[in-house]
Design a protein around this ligand. Structure first.
Ligand SMILES: C[S@@+](CC[C@H](N)C(=O)[O-])C[C@H]1O[C@@H](n2cnc3c(N)ncnc32)[C@H](O)[C@@H]1O
Length: 230
């Protein structure tokens, strides 16, 4: 169950709060599905090495915040030894994974015991996200581009295989993670395209939903002491 929390509308504020709790000094960090940019560049003083992986090779090579980029599919074995990282970070990546459980097992394997996972992802329990799943990809591209300013090349097909709080908890527990904190954050107002009234309506709509149905899940988990068998 989600804790009763204030109505949260900024995924970046919640992310910051979680990173403050779980990101150690001198951290070795894996940005899983790094794309072209990473907000982790704001934590440089605590990160000794920031490694990015992505199957979109041009995007990863363009990412100037990384110390190193490795092209790879997150649903296949990662090219790192066990216990290579103190933090795995995945910003709007889980919803795209065809085999999230394989990815989660690999994230657990490459994390040192006690290392942390911070992820942000869309919540399929939200009615608007469920509706978006039924919408053809070209329409999703038009909405994300027109209203949220996302470049067309950065709108990836989403499959939402792990995208409810319950599914995430269960899949991550099976992969050897224990929950630290999970927040349901209302973020649909980002799609209001600068229209204040529409933004207010979207915020009001999310406010009446239970936290577990808000549009974005922002969560932190810790690697359990021993990895479970995949
Ligand atoms: C919405 S973008 C987010 C990019 C970046 N994390 C950010 O915050 O801007 C999703 C990213 O996940 C990557 N991705 C999706 N499925 C993947 C997979 N199976 N293996 C590796 N990367 C994947 C995409 O190539 C893309 O760069």
């Amino acid at each position: 169950m989600l804790k009763v929390l204030p109505f949260e509308t900024s995924h970046t504020d919640v992310e910051h709060e979680l990173l403050e709790r779980v990101l150690p000094e001198h951290a070795r960090v894996l940005d899983a599905g790094c794309g072209r940019t990473t907000r982790l560049c704001g934590y440089g003083s605590r990160i000794d090495e920031l490694v990015g992986v992505d199957m979109d090779v041009p995007a990863g090579r363009e990412n100037r915040s990384l110390d190193r980029f490795e092209p790879c599919d997150l649903c296949a074995p990662l090219p790192f030894p066990d216990s290579s990282f103190d933090l795995v970070y995945a910003n709007f990546v889980v919803e795209h994974l065809a085999e999230p459980e394989r990815a989660f097992s690999e994230w657990r394997r490459v994390l040192a015991p006690g290392g942390a996972l911070v992820l942000l992802t869309s919540n399929r329990s939200n009615p608007a996200i469920r509706l978006a799943q039924a919408v053809p990809q070209r329409m999703r591209v038009a909405v994300k581009h027109g209203l949220a300013g996302v470049a067309e090349r950065d709108v990836f097909p989403a499959v939402y295989r792990a995208n409810t709080v319950g599914r995430l908890d269960r899949m991550l527990a099976r992969a050897g993670f224990r929950r630290v904190d999970v927040h349901g954050v209302a973020t649909l107002h980002r799609y209001a395209g600068g229209h204040e009234t529409l933004a207010a309506v979207l915020r009001a709509g999310e406010r009446i939903l239970p936290a577990g149905c808000r549009s974005t899940i922002v969560a932190a988990y810790r690697a359990a002491a021993a990895a479970r068998a995949a």
